[in-house]
Design a protein around this ligand. Sequence first.
Ligand code: GLA
Length: 387
Amino acid sequence: MRNSITLLEERFGPGKEAITARAPGRVNLIGEHTDYNGGYVLPFAIDRETVVTMRPRKDRIIRAYAAAFDETFEASLPLDIPNPTGSWSDYLIGILLEMQTRASLPFGFDADITGDVPLGAGLSSSASLEVALTLSLSYLYNIKLEDLELIKLCQRAENRFVGTQSGIMDQFVSLLARDRSALLLDTTSLKHRYIPLPLQGLKLLIVDSAVRRSLSKSAYNDRRRECQEALQLFRKSTPKREIRSLSDLSLDDLRRARDTIPKTLMMRAQHVIEENIRVLETVNALEHEDLTTVGKLLFASHASLRTLFQVSTKELDYLVDWGRNHGALGARLVGGGFGGVTLHLVPQDLVAKYTQNITIAYQEAFGLNATTIEVRPSPGAKELESR
Ligand code: GLA
């Protein structure tokens, strides 16, 4: 990547001194569709990041160039509330609208946005953009934001303006991840702790299905609504107990409610409850350096996302099944689903052959090019900043 300050000057000419903020994308090891259900997640940040370089202007104009789209967004502050357009600039607008409610933004800026997180693939390019933007704006305007405040501001921008009802996992890990570790987050208490990832000769391989589906489109929000509906019904059926989220339920609760709750909603709830158990089992297996068990739990998570939560696709299933038959210890879809990437836990000495053969097989099966990248559990924006 070229020096981002040089890029900013090449694009907008010389100006005041610039600041830079970086934030990584993430892979969720396990704990999918649990973060908006009060459950556990176990993501790690990856060695791919979004870089935002910004410098102040004398007037109130803002100009932001996004290299990935070769597009410049221009507006002036204070920002009116426009309609979202579905483009990358929705994230910038969403963040600015949230920042405006927090503090006054008395001058404009020029910004350059670059990065190497694959876009819309399930690796949280959007959360990395939100976190990098918010950090750079907080430096530029000298606004002090506590970690959790920053994370929630980013999540609100995405929920309110961009229109995806996403949970808190992606922004949390993009800011607070630690090198060589996964982050266990309890999304009810928001307590977290770091779990070292001992890879012991295994590699974390991302295989991209090349099928894209924007999260803000209906499917993700549909699942969120179904979980909400299931929760209301469980609350009605047990009025004496406080049920804060689906994660407060047990498998016994589920069995008891068998006849009163529609089957689809039961399937969603079952996924959430069992996925929470799998997250804790994964933590336990990692603490015992038992990666064989971790691998099995990844396969089990995928199976549940396919059959109970129904967010997989035939392409994602193919990649995961291929992995099972060709030496992966574990594999599963990552992120919201309906396309995007799969994670594979593969012995190091198999990686070259695995990468080559899965690409050929996928091309034959679907006529699509499955790109693979190896990822490393990496520092979050905060640790990057302090280095
Ligand atoms: C997306 C959302 C996250 C989470 C995952 C599914 O990545 O942004 O908050 O809900 O989907 O686990």
